[in-house]
Design a protein around this ligand. Sequence first.
Ligand SMILES: *[C@@H]1O[C@H](CO)[C@@H](O)[C@H](O)[C@H]1NC(C)=O
Ligand SMILES: *[C@@H]1O[C@H](CO)[C@@H](O)[C@H](O)[C@H]1NC(C)=O
Ligand SMILES: *[C@@H]1O[C@H](CO)[C@@H](O)[C@H](O)[C@H]1NC(C)=O
Ligand SMILES: *[C@@H]1O[C@H](CO)[C@@H](O)[C@H](O)[C@H]1NC(C)=O
Ligand SMILES: *[C@@H]1O[C@H](CO)[C@@H](O)[C@H](O)[C@H]1NC(C)=O
Ligand SMILES: *[C@@H]1O[C@H](CO)[C@@H](O)[C@H](O)[C@H]1NC(C)=O
Ligand SMILES: *[C@@H]1O[C@H](CO)[C@@H](O)[C@H](O)[C@H]1NC(C)=O
Length: 397
Amino acid sequence: MASFAFILAHAMVLLVLILSSFNSFAKHGYSSTRHHQHHRHHPTNKATINPRLQQAYVALQAWKKVIYSDPKNFTSNWIGPSVCNYTGVYCAPYPDNTKIQVVAGIDLNFADIAGFLPEELGLLSDLALIHLNSNRFCGILPQSLANLTLLFELDLSNNRFVGPFPSVVLSLPTLKFLDIRFNEFEGPLPPQLFAKKLDAVFLNNNLFTSVIPPNLGLSSASVVVFANNKFGGCLPPSIANFANTLEELLLINTSLTGCLPPEVGYLYKLRVLDVSSNKVVGPIPYSLAGLAHLELLNLAHNMFTGDVPAGVCVLPNLSNFTYSYNFFCEEEGICMNLTSRGIAFDDRRNCLLEKPLQRTKKECSAVYEHPVECFDYHCGGSGTPPAPTPLSSPPSG
Ligand SMILES: *[C@@H]1O[C@H](CO)[C@@H](O)[C@H](O)[C@H]1NC(C)=O
Ligand SMILES: *[C@@H]1O[C@H](CO)[C@@H](O)[C@H](O)[C@H]1NC(C)=O
Ligand SMILES: *[C@@H]1O[C@H](CO)[C@@H](O)[C@H](O)[C@H]1NC(C)=O
Ligand SMILES: *[C@@H]1O[C@H](CO)[C@@H](O)[C@H](O)[C@H]1NC(C)=O
Ligand SMILES: *[C@@H]1O[C@H](CO)[C@@H](O)[C@H](O)[C@H]1NC(C)=O
Ligand SMILES: *[C@@H]1O[C@H](CO)[C@@H](O)[C@H](O)[C@H]1NC(C)=O
Ligand SMILES: *[C@@H]1O[C@H](CO)[C@@H](O)[C@H](O)[C@H]1NC(C)=O
């Protein structure tokens, strides 16, 4: 709350930053990959050098020392103690004492800087925003970031950060917006991530493995993007814990297997559901017919079988329903003619006898000869060894 008041109450500069970032969030929540805009401007600065700015000066100078390439000269004016005049550094009045200026935002989006994040960044304890989109920062996040107790937005997207999920972000009490997409983070996601009161989480295009944690906590996120990672395993039924807030769930190309759990249908606020390019099997859960706000549904490039249920095709706001490259064998009712509802669709490469551009009989019967029992399906993950199931325990002795 403190940081929220801080942000609302102060600093035009900060407001501009936040608005532009929310804009880009709204615009790029779906299908996007990078942020745009963010102006560089030079705030007028009458701040005298107080101890907090002095501390920021130490931090920023330490940072400049581990910047090895700055082709656009963002940091060339990072000289002297007037840190509020530095390009990309934004000051605002301190929440508890508005006579003091503090460093409240860092915006180095699109600076193409190569370097590290040093431990000294922990000295920037008044930061509400860090935007480092599209740079060449590498290495890992310093533990000292835990000191940024007012941090509201952290955008590290499109850099070269490596290592396990940066668990230091879990200790940031006021974080709402976490964007770490397009890096090289690897390994499993900590389940605690989803118990944090985040509004948006972008994890796409990393090297995360293992499974989407089965014990997802009660989440407050409206957008979660898992796309283009190697999670594997099934989508856990605990995804239902996101029901009160989730509007966009993007699971594109995440090596998902198994059936879609009926709990996906509990996500009653969903506008976008994209599970394309996975290995999902079994039927479309009928519960999806309850997603009244759904606008975009993409199931393409999986191994779905069975009917395309009419209940989904009549959803009031559905405008694009893509289910090509599966093994559907029947389109119920209006699903046969989605054009009549003005819905963009793609039903190619299924097993739909009356439709053009379908799979061969041979391909279809090969799949239908081995029907999937969702209930018995065994959900492994790429990072975990398959758990033995009672029916397939290895022969002993
Ligand atoms: C900081 O910028 C302001 C406005 O551009 C300018 O008047 C002031 O002299 C600068 N301060 C320093 C120490 O460079
Ligand atoms: C950055 O500064 C260097 C040296 O002052 C100059 O040669 C170069 O043109 C500048 N680059 C940009 C993009 O302003
Ligand atoms: C954390 O912030 C406090 C207050 O600004 C500062 O005194 C301290 O040195 C910082 N700690 C680290 C590890 O940077
Ligand atoms: C799918 O994700 C993998 C990483 O898991 C990535 O290497 C590959 O490029 C992605 N495919 C597409 C089409 O984005
Ligand atoms: C459908 O979309 C319209 C226009 O965007 C919107 O006003 C309406 O609330 C939506 N209905 C549902 C059920 O989401
Ligand atoms: C419908 O969605 C698919 C996949 O998300 C996309 O490729 C296609 O361009 C969309 N069609 C229209 C008409 O928006
Ligand atoms: C689909 O519906 C439209 C309009 O309702 C109609 O003109 C068209 O002939 C129908 N197509 C098929 C294949 O039934």
